[in-house]
Design a protein around this ligand. Sequence first.
Ligand SMILES: [Zn+2]
Ligand SMILES: [Zn+2]
Length: 128
Amino acid sequence: MCPHQRLPPSAESIKRLTIRYRWLYEQRAKRSRKKADTRKTQSSYYERDPWVKEYTLRRANGICQLCNLPAPFNKKNGDPYLETHHVIWLAEGGDDSIENTVSLCPNCHRKMHVVNSKADRNYLKTEH
Ligand SMILES: [Zn+2]
Ligand SMILES: [Zn+2]
């Protein structure tokens, strides 16, 4: 066996590879159909109490309860834009109550749905 085969790939060969992959992705991406197909989806929807939502938003007073920064922008009516989130998800049997809801900026809200880390959940549970 040639000893060179055991060496890790050189930075140069990795670069050549990534350039080649980028080219392949680009070729495929350029062949898009331009018009996106519509696809019917079926999903159940939880009906939320608008009063719980309103109270949760007012309680936060325009400050995200995870990053503690002001809402990133205001709505057309001037209200700070935050989203209400259920710390224990409704899908997991969480309540639609003011004890289980927090106000988050869109970034933190997405983070909770993508990452949903235990540390963040515990922090939100003890926030109010
Ligand atoms: Zn935030
Ligand atoms: Zn949420």
